[in-house]
Design a protein around this ligand. Structure first.
Ligand code: M6R
Length: 604
């Protein structure tokens, strides 16, 4: 979501850094900044919003000859998108940019504050620069101070740091977030968090591994591994294809976004999970005063996330919840009472029907909230409150990571309300918070399963239709699986509650009807199993997804044994996304831009 660039060389540095950041814009950001060090003097520029704002701020700055510089685009996670929170962050005479999360920043901040350090921002990043300068007081060299700083950081980071006393040097480190060094025959050195920013600038790149750190000048790069041993530099030629660089090695944006879910969920959860409660920095508890019902309203995939929330809010928070398709809500002359909280859910924040429903609810005097992925979108600006899903920019028309982050925010909201309304005991809230912490692991793509789905996909290219079936929250997941399949394969698919098949749809069962059956171990296993057996007995071809073997299935995708049905939900979600994608690939379809569809539907 955030982007990093760095440069050492003699060319106009402002232009190089901003051009590099522009190549990373596709990742999404809400503020940007650069710091340039020339002849021992720093020039710092930061701006909220798009890069043109940064260009405007820096318009009178020109570098002259050799300089070093770092730049960053930030997607707010810790602290709001303000200029103070934008990177680079400053110490006395050092600047830092950082992607990732410093998990122990509160503890480090406390220690440094006691030592008299004054913090300017709300970010976790700022501890890096102050810790470095604190270490510099006692360590014999800047490199050792940097090494000691890294030793104290917990979490994920890619970082660049510059210090005024070493005006030809950039310190760098990678742990969990990507960082690349590039060089060219003109002796210039580049840094970037994605190779998209390096194309056309350098011929060779070095992809840092976790634990790698070091320092670079115009004439030398020193690289160390996690054991503090110096390691040789293995540069490789840079792939010059910009689009594939933006896809970071994946074939499609959709594939990249499926694989990214594990990482973006870390961002979604960050700062929101306490030991025994959920904390939403953005929410004023007064928003819920007098609220006796929740109305959720959305379209498409976001509507499916709303349906999942319907189960969780009633189950956990014991609050009456209703779910509305926005295009229906607008025209059905709904009877509204003044006591519901009206929540819209939208990846883009611009979907016409959802936006108009939000306006209707506001006009009626309801309290409103939006769960959205795009800060500053029309819905975020209009609603009384907003919760950002922090999925980063989603390019694939078929929504994947937006759905994962929406469901996780809604799950957290159900626990937040359960805490406020005392409808779940502390032990249960604590247990579910532990489950939420497992989401990044649960959603990591299992290579064996992906390979199995790739092979299996060849059996599902024809037939007269697909039924995706599930019960409880697996019903909206079945709807979402069917929607994904329709969008990118153009095959007919329907999602159904498993128990509803015998009320009509089962008439379609024959070997050419493919049933994708969601069979979780921890939610209504026996009931769902019987429903699938009924379909199997009528010769439908069954592909079951379950941690438990199922002998009536023609194909079986075995998921992990998890402790709870919500973890099963998230793992099955990944399976369904990959299955659709692999079928679409075999059919030769455009996975990222399917026919007839637009990413943001701003017309009704
Ligand atoms: O941006 P929104 O979440 O409001 O968009 C709603 C739908 O248009 C969207 O979810 C659509 O269904 C996706 N293409 C599904 O993959």
């Amino acid at each position: 979501m955030c982007g990093i660039v760095g440069y050492i060389g003699v060319k106009p540095i402002k232009e190089i850094l901003i051009e590099g950041l522009r190549e990373l814009e596709y990742r999404g950001y809400d503020s940007a900044g650069i710091a340039v060090l020339q002849n021992g003097n720093f020039s710092l520029f930061k701006a909220v919003g798009k890069l043109v704002n940064l260009e405007e701020k820096a318009k009178n700055f020109e570098s002259d000859g050799f300089s070093v510089g770092i730049g960053h685009t930030r997607w707010a996670t810790h602290g709001k998108p303000t200029e103070l929170n934008a990177h680079p962050h400053v110490g006395h005479n050092s600047y830092v940019v950082h992607n990732g999360i410093i998990e122990n920043y509160q503890e480090l901040k406390g220690m440094l504050t006691e030592e008299g350090v004054r913090f300017l921002s709300q970010t976790d990043t700022e501890v890096i620069v102050h810790l470095f300068e604190y270490r510099l007081r006692t360590e014999p060299s800047a490199l050792e101070a940097f090494t000691k700083t890294l030793d104290q950081l917990e979490g994920a980071y890619a970082t660049l740091l510059v210090n005024a006393s070493l005006n030809d040097t950039i310190f760098f480190a990678k742990q969990g977030s990507p960082m690349i060094i590039g060089r060219n025959s003109e002796g210039e050195i580049f840094f970037a968090s994605s190779d998209a920013a390096l194309i056309g600038k350098c011929q060779e790149v070095l992809y840092l591994e976790d634990g790698h750190y070091g320092c670079a000048t115009g004439s030398e790069i020193k690289l160390f591994n996690a054991h503090h041993h110096e390691v040789p530099l293995h540069f490789t030629p840079l792939n010059e294809n910009k689009l594939s660089a933006q896809k970071e090695g994946y074939r499609f944006f959709m594939e990249k976004e499926i694989y990214e879910q594990s990482q973006v969920l870390i961002d979604t959860l960050m700062g929101r999970l306490r030991d025994e409660s959920i904390y939403f920095e953005e929410l004023d508890a007064a928003l819920f005063d007098g609220i006796r019902e929740i109305k959720l309203c959305a379209c498409g995939t976001s509507y499916h996330a709303a349906m999942v929330a319907g189960y969780l809010l009633e189950r956990h928070a014991k609050i009456r919840t209703s779910i509305e398709i926005a295009s229906e809500f607008r025209y059905r002359e709904p009877f509204l009472t003044p006591d519901p909280l009206f929540i819209v859910i939208s990846q883009s924040g611009e979907t016409a029907d959802t936006l108009e429903s939000l306006k209707m609810a506001k006009a009626f005097g309801l309290k409103t909230m939006v769960i959205c992925n795009v800060d500053n979108s029309s819905m975020v600006r209009l609603a009384d409150a907003s919760l950002l899903t922090r999925a980063g920019i989603e390019k694939g028309v078929a929504s994947t990571k937006a759905f994962a982050t929406q469901v996780s925010v809604l799950w957290m909201l159900s626990l937040f309300l359960a805490g406020e309304r005392k409808t779940l005991d502390t032990a249960e809230i604590k247990r579910q918070i532990q489950l939420l912490r497992l989401l990044p692991t649960t959603t990591k793509v299992d290579n064996d399963i992906h390979e199995q789905l790739r092979r299996l996909s060849k059996r599902y290219l024809h037939g007269h239709g697909f039924f995706f079936i599930g019960r409880d929250v697996f019903y909206p997941l079945a709807l979402e699986g069917a929607l994904k399949l329709k969008e990118i394969t153009y095959l007919h698919a329907e999602g159904y509650p498993s128990g509803e098949m015998k009320h009509g749809p089962i008439a379609l069962a024959d070997p050419e009807l493919f049933t994708i059956a969601l069979l979780p171990q921890h939610k209504l296993y026996d009931k769902t199993k019987s429903n699938i057996e009924e379909l199997s007995a009528r010769d439908s071809t069954i592909c079951s997804i379950s941690p438990l073997e199922f002998d009536k299935a023609d194909d079986h995708i075995r998921t992990q044994h998890a402790d709870d049905y919500m973890l099963e939900f998230f793992e099955m979600m990944v399976v369904l996304q990959l299955l659709s994608m692999e079928i679409a690939v075999r059919l030769g379809n455009d996975v990222d831009m399917p026919r007839n569809l637009a990413k943001s539907v701003t017309v009704e």
